[in-house]
Design a protein around this ligand. Structure first.
Ligand code: PLP
Length: 383
C-alpha cells in the first residue's frame, strides 16, 4: 500500500487575488494627494466605467458589498409579497429579501448544476409572487430563457445573484445582461475583488439613477433626499485595489482554466466523483472547482472525505452547507420543508469545493487529486 500523502503547510480553498503592492501604493499616493477618499471619487468613477466595458453591460452601479447591492437593487424595484428563490445559496441572497420585507418561497434545484429548477417555478407562483431571484451557482448558468418566459407570462421581475459569474457569458451574451438586475460580489474570496465590494448590472438607466441615490442616503443630484436611502458607497481605497486587480484578473482566469483541466484530467477516472463546474470557456467564471461525491461508488461520504482531506491539511469547503432552508431563521416556512426540496437536501450532503486559485500550481493540484483517490480506495476497502 502506498504511503498516504499529506501537506506540511495548509492548502486553503482560495487565496485573494492580490496585485503588486507597489502599484496599489502608487494609487494610494494619488488618493492621499487629492484627499478624496469616498463619495464618487475619480477612482470610483473610473472603476465603474472600466467594469461597464469589461462586463459588457448597459449600466453598472458600485456598492460597498454585494449584499447591500442586492438589497438596494430589490428595494429600487419596489417588489411586494413573495419572491421565488433557491435554498442552495449563500444566506446573503435570502437576507436581501428579508431586509425588504419580502417572503422567500423556496424552489428545488436541478441535480446537475444545482441551480434553481426552472421547471418547478410555475407551480410556486401565487397572486402574491412579484419576482424570481435565482443564483448562477458555481458560475454554471441558470436556465435563463425558461426563467425569462415564465417571468413574462406572469409579469414577474427577474433578479440574478451573479456573485459567482464575474465575466462569464451565457449563450454568448454577458451574464449581467440577463434579468432586470444582476448582482456581482467583489468580496476578497471572489475571482475579482475590491477587498469588500459589489455591483449591480442594470439595463434600465432610470433604475440605475435611483440606485445611485439609494446608496448615498437618498440624495439626488440637487442634494434633495428623494428616497429612503442608506450608506452603501464603494470608497476610493476599494476602487484603487479593484482597478489594479482588474488588470490581472484575466491572467488569473487563465491560470484557473489550466488548473481546471488538471483537476478534470486527474479526477475523471475516480469512481463516484462527478465534476460539477463546467469547463465551457465562455460560460465559466472559474470562481470554483466543485465535485459531487456518490458515496456508494466512491466508498465514503462527502463529510468523511472532507475530514480526511482536512487531516492531510487540504481545506476544501462544503459550499453551500447547510441549506438556507435549514437555518433556524427560515425552516418554519412551508416551502422550506425538506419534502418540498428533495434534490437540494440530497445535493447539500454531496458537494465539495476544492482548493482553487491561480497560484495553487499543477503539482499541488495533482497531489490533491492523488489524495482524493487514495482516500476513496481506502474507503472502498473498508466497505
Ligand atoms: C459572496 C456571495 C454573496 C455576498 O456577497 P458580499 O459581497 O460578500 O456581500 C452573495 N451571494 C453569493 C452566492 C455569494 O457567493
Amino acid at each position: 500500500m502506498t504511503e498516504m500523502d499529506y501537506f506540511k503547510d495548509p492548502i486553503y480553498i482560495t487565496r485573494p487575488l492580490l496585485p503588486d503592492l507597489e502599484k496599489v501604493t502608487e494609487k494610494m499616493k494619488q488618493i492621499w494627494d487629492s484627499k478624496w477618499l469616498t463619495n464618487n471619487g475619480p477612482l470610483h468613477d473610473l472603476l465603474e466605467s472600466r467594469l461597464r466595458s469589461y462586463l459588457k453591460v448597459e449600466d453598472i452601479v458600485l456598492f460597498v458589498n454585494g449584499t447591500l447591492a442586492l438589497t438596494l437593487g430589490i428595494k429600487a424595484m419596489k417588489l411586494t409579497g413573495e419572491v421565488i428563490t433557491t435554498p442552495f445559496t449563500f444566506p446573503a441572497t435570502l437576507l436581501s429579501l428579508d431586509w425588504n420585507g419580502l417572503s422567500p418561497v423556496f424552489c428545488d434545484i436541478e441535480n446537475d448544476t444545482f441551480n434553481m429548477d426552472a421547471n418547478k417555478i410555475e407551480c410556486l407562483i401565487t397572486d402574491k409572487t412579484s419576482a424570481i431571484l435565482a443564483v448562477h451557482v458555481f458560475g454554471n448558468p441558470c436556465c435563463v430563457n425558461t426563467i425569462k418566459n415564465i417571468a413574462e407570462k406572469y409579469h414577474l421581475k427577474v433578479i440574478y445573484d451573479g456573485a459567482h459569474s464575474f465575466g462569464s457569458e451565457i449563450n454568448g451574451i454577458p451574464a449581467g445582461r440577463y434579468g432586470d438586475i444582476t448582482m456581482f460580489s467583489f468580496h476578497a474570496t471572489k475571482l475579482f475583488n475590491t477587498v469588500e465590494g459589489g455591483a449591480l448590472a442594470i439595463s434600465d438607466r432610470s433604475l440605475a439613477e435611483k440606485l445611485r441615490a439609494l446608496k448615498n442616503f437618498g440624495f439626488d443630484i440637487r442634494e434633495d433626499v428623494v428616497s429612503s436611502g442608506t450608506n452603501a458607497k464603494l470608497n476610493e481605497i476599494q476602487a484603487a485595489v479593484g482597478l489594479e486587480v482588474l488588470n490581472i484578473v484575466d491572467i488569473e482566469r487563465h491560470k484557473r482554466r489550466f488548473l481546471h483541466s488538471i483537476y478534470v484530467r486527474e479526477l475523471s477516472e475516480i469512481k463516484g466523483i462527478r465534476i460539477v463546474t463546467s469547463s465551457d470557456d465562455d460560460g465559466q467564471s472559474f470562481q470554483y472547482f466543485t465535485i459531487e461525491i456518490d458515496k456508494d461508488k466512491y466508498g465514503i461520504s462527502r463529510d468523511e472525505l472532507y475530514l480526511e482531506m482536512k487531516n492531510r491539511n487540504v481545506h476544501a469547503r462544503r459550499y453551500f452547507y447547510p441549506l438556507c432552508s435549514s437555518f433556524s431563521w427560515y425552516r418554519e416556512i412551508e416551502s422550506a420543508r425538506p419534502e418540498n426540496l428533495p434534490v437540494a437536501n440530497m445535493a447539500v450532503n454531496n458537494v465539495l469545493c476544492l482548493p482553487y486559485y491561480g497560484d495553487l500550481g499543477e503539482e499541488t493540484a495533482v497531489r490533491i487529486c492523488r489524495i482524493i483517490k487514495q482516500i476513496g480506495v481506502q474507503g472502498r476497502r473498508h466497505l
